[in-house]
Design a binder for this molecule. Sequence first.
Ligand code: GLU
Length: 423
Amino acid sequence: MSTKEDLKKLADYIFPNAKDWKEFVEKYPKRNLKEGAEVTRFAPSPTGFIHIGGLYTAIITEKIANETDGVFILRIEDTDQKREVKDGIEGIINSLNDFDIHPDEGAVCIKDGEIVEKGNYGTYIQSKRKDIYQAFAKKLLEEGLAYPCFMTEEEMNEVRTLQAANKEPIGIYGRWAKYRNIEPDEAIKLMEEGLEPVIRLKSPGQMDKKIVHNDLIKGKVEFPENILDIVIIKKDGLPTYHFAHAIDDHFMDVTMITRSDEWLPSVPLHLQLFDVLGFERLKYAHIAPLLKLDNGNRRKLSKRKDPESAASYYKEEGIPVNAVKEYLYNIINPSFEMWRKENENIPLSEFEIDITKMNVSGALFDMTKLLNVSKDIVARLNKDEVYNYTLNWAKEYDLELINLLNDNKEYSQEIINIERENG
Ligand code: GLU
């Protein structure tokens, strides 16, 4: 057994300059919000364009905060720098802006080419939050709840092959975790020799134990407890998604996590991280994907195959933002359709969503229906609105059309007005 002093020595050796974790407890106090207010966050990674599924998540996330007089945060999760694309953060901010989605806190806009942040819980860009992640990794090292791991790629591959052959769970845990019980002095010696470790969680989970998670959308879900000693800090000093998620959502005082259900299997790990870090557990709402009917089969909308999967597609095609939003509301809660019939001219924001009634396994995204919603919306605009909308669209996408519209303004408006009741 390592003593407290040994563990402290190890933690100091690995993170000599880390701040005291208590500083962050003071820096990020609990929010003073009214009862029932939800703090939500949309937390994309700048790894490519915003997907329509991401936009759908963002709309739900913003709406929950707005309906409860809470706070809606935009956090940028850029800790996987290998996957980052150029101007990815700008792309996220602009896409949200195009859809009239306005975070209360976070990376809120771009001004003179710079990302502007707003709010007292920042920075909201993970790659700039190394100090907080390292302070808590150091705390876990001192408590013996994390350890440096020096396993090589080859060693890990060997472990995986053996586990697969033995039909055992795959990963670094228990007896497979070569450095789980390394003596601090021995670890320091390896580092002095030049080896660079990652920091792993020393998972307290037990094989064959189960946990029950109550998801706001999925309902009761049972999982095996997490047993994996996952990496919390990578060799580049940045955290993994899991570790950053627990720390950020705790210290940004988020109350409800709305995210894609691809993260549902990570819930046991995330709850364990909250426990190990001494944080209160949070509410989760895991959103099922948008599906497309393809030759009679349902499949996820694909970044590669479906142009309509990019949020930017709708702007390029001249489909009004409101049409996309109205259509997505239909998917969030089918009761929206009836509400809309009864409240034709009321702004969308008046409709109250109920996430507990959302589709659990995946909702069909139907372009034909979306275009019908769009037609209805365009039909309700007057000729000037349609003319101006078209002109604005053309400024970005069709220079020839701008000239035609400008040179023939009245004629264009007359055409637009044909069969228009509210001209
Ligand atoms: N950065 C994660 C992603 O883009 C977000 C997951 C989350 O919302 O917690 O998939």
